[in-house]
Design a protein around this ligand. Structure first.
Ligand code: G6P
Length: 373
C-alpha cells in the first residue's frame, strides 16, 4: 500500500531515493577509528585470505555488473586476477578452482538458483566461497563459508537499484580488506579510500537533488525512442550495461550497453538520426587519456545524428560542448564514480517507464528472484 512506499508512488522510486542510505549503512561499523577495515563477521581466517591468488565473482543480472565494477578496484588494489562470471555459465565450463581461489557470490535475494548452484560447485572443488548478500539467512549465505551482508534494507521493486550500490560498497570493503591482509596497499592509502567512500552518500544525494529534473526532461524528450545505446569505458563500462538493463527491464526499450572502445568495431553501424546514445564520461582530471577517448566517441556518434546524453563530471567543458543533455556527477575518484553515475540511469529508467504508463515495480515477464535454474 501507499504507506509501505513511504509517500513515493512506487517502490522503485522509494528505493532509488534510498541509494545514499544503502551506501551509508553498508559502510557502518566496518572500519576502526583509524580507518582499518574490520570484517569480524567474515569467519574466514586471515591466513586463508592471505593465500588467495584469484577471485571469481559469480552472480546474475545487476549483481554481476556490481562484480564487474569491483574487478577494476580489486585488481588495482590487491594485484590478483578477478574474473567475473555469470553464475549459469560458470558451472558448465569446468572452471579452474583451487583452495586458493576465493569465489564471491553476489546476490540481493540470496535465492537465485543459478548463483546457488555455482557456489555449490565451487565448494565441491575445494574453493572458499564468500557471499555478498542483502537478505539475512537466505540460501546463498547459508551455503557459503562466510557472508558480508549489504545493508540496503529490503528491496521490493523487481528492478534492483539500491542493492546495486550496496554490492559495490561491500565488494570494495572486501578488496580493501584483502589489500590490508596482503599488504598490497599502505594503511594510509586504505584510510584515504575509506574517507572517500564515506563521502559518497552525500554525493549520491546531490545527484538526487540536482539531476532528477534534467533526467525527467530527457525522459520526456526520448520516451518514444525505440532503442537506446549506452557506452562507457573502464568502470563506466559495467555502469553502461547496468543502465541499459534498467531501461530494458522497466521501460521495455531495446537497449545495448557496450565498451566505448568497441564503437568502431560494430555498434556505430546502429547509429542513425535521433538514436539516443548515453555515454558515461570519465573525469577529465588525472586520467586524460580515457576522458579524451570517450569524448571522441560522443563526437563520432553525434556526427552521425545521435541524440547524446553524457553522464559527466560537474563543469566538464567537453561534455557541455558535445552532448545534447548532461547528467552531472559531483567530483569523485574514478573508482567510486559508478556509485553516483548509476543513480541518474536508474532515474531515467523509472521516468521512461512511468511516462509509458507501465507498472515499474512489477515489469512483465520478470521475477524479483529467479529460484529455478
Ligand atoms: C532477477 C532480478 C534482477 C536481479 C537478478 C539477480 O533477474 O529480476 O533484478 O539482478 O535476478 O538477483 P539476485 O537476488 O541474485 O541479486
Amino acid at each position: 500500500g501507499a504507506a509501505e512506499k513511504g509517500g513515493w508512488d512506487s517502490f522503485m522510486d522509494k528505493e532509488i531515493h534510498e541509494d545514499p542510505a544503502a551506501v551509508r549503512n553498508t559502510l557502518l561499523g566496518r572500519f576502526s577509528a583509524q580507518g582499518d577495515i574490520v570484517l569480524d563477521e567474515v569467519r574466514i581466517e586471515p591466513e586463508v585470505f592471505r593465500a588467495v591468488d584469484k577471485i571469481i565473482v559469480v552472480a546474475c543480472g545487476t549483481a554481476s555488473y556490481a562484480g564487474m565494477v569491483a574487478k577494476y578496484a580489486i585488481e588495482h588494489w590487491v594485484r590478483i586476477p578477478v574474473e567475473v562470471e555469470l553464475a549459469h555459465e560458470f558451472r558448465y565450463r569446468d572452471p579452474i578452482l583451487t583452495p586458493r581461489t576465493l569465489v564471491v557470490a553476489i546476490s540481493q535475494s540470496g535465492e537465485t538458483m543459478d548463483t546457488l548452484m555455482a557456489l555449490r560447485h565451487a565448494r565441491e572443488q575445494g574453493s572458499h566461497v564468500l557471499a555478498i548478500c542483502n537478505t539475512q539467512g537466505s540460501s546463498i549465505p547459508r551455503e557459503s563459508d562466510a557472508v558480508l551482508y549489504t545493508h540496503a534494507g529490503p528491496e521490493v521493486a523487481v528492478a534492483s537499484t539500491k542493492a546495486f550500490v550496496s554490492q559495490i560498497v561491500a565488494a570494495y570493503l572486501l578488496g580493501l580488506y584483502l589489500a590490508q591482509v596482503k599488504s598490497t596497499l599502505y594503511a594510509d592509502e586504505i584510510h584515504e579510500v575509506v574517507e572517500q567512500l564515506k563521502a559518497m552518500p552525500d554525493k549520491i544525494q546531490w545527484v538526487l537533488d540536482n539531476v532528477s529534473s534534467t533526467v525527467e526532461a530527457a525522459a520526456k524528450r526520448l520516451v518514444n525512442s525505440r532503442s537506446f545505446l549506452f557506452l562507457g569505458r573502464h568502470v563506466g563500462y559495467p555502469v553502461a550495461m547496468e543502465g541499459a538493463l534498467k531501461l530494458k527491464e522497466v521501460a521495455y526499450t531495446f537497449t545495448e550497453g557496450f565498451a566505448a572502445g568497441e564503437l568502431k568495431h560494430g555498434p556505430i553501424a546502429l547509429v542513425e538520426e535521433g538514436e539516443p546514445v548515453v555515454v558515461i564520461v570519465p573525469s577529465a582530471r588525472g586520467r586524460d587519456v580515457l576522458h579524451n577517448k570517450v569524448v571522441s566517441g560522443i563526437e563520432e556518434v553525434k556526427a552521425r545524428g545521435a541524440f547524446t546524453v553524457a553522464v559527466a563530471e560537474e563543469g566538464d567543458p567537453d561534455a557541455e560542448r558535445y552532448a545534447d543533455v548532461v547528467f552531472w556527477r559531483p567530483q569523485c575518484p574514478t573508482l567510486l564514480s559508478p556509485l553516483v553515475d548509476v543513480v541518474s540511469l536508474q532515474l531515467l529508467a523509472l521516468d521512461m517507464a512511468r511516462l509509458k504508463g507501465y507498472d515499474v515495480d512489477k515489469p512483465r515477464n520478470l521475477a524479483k528472484s529467479v529460484t529455478v535454474e
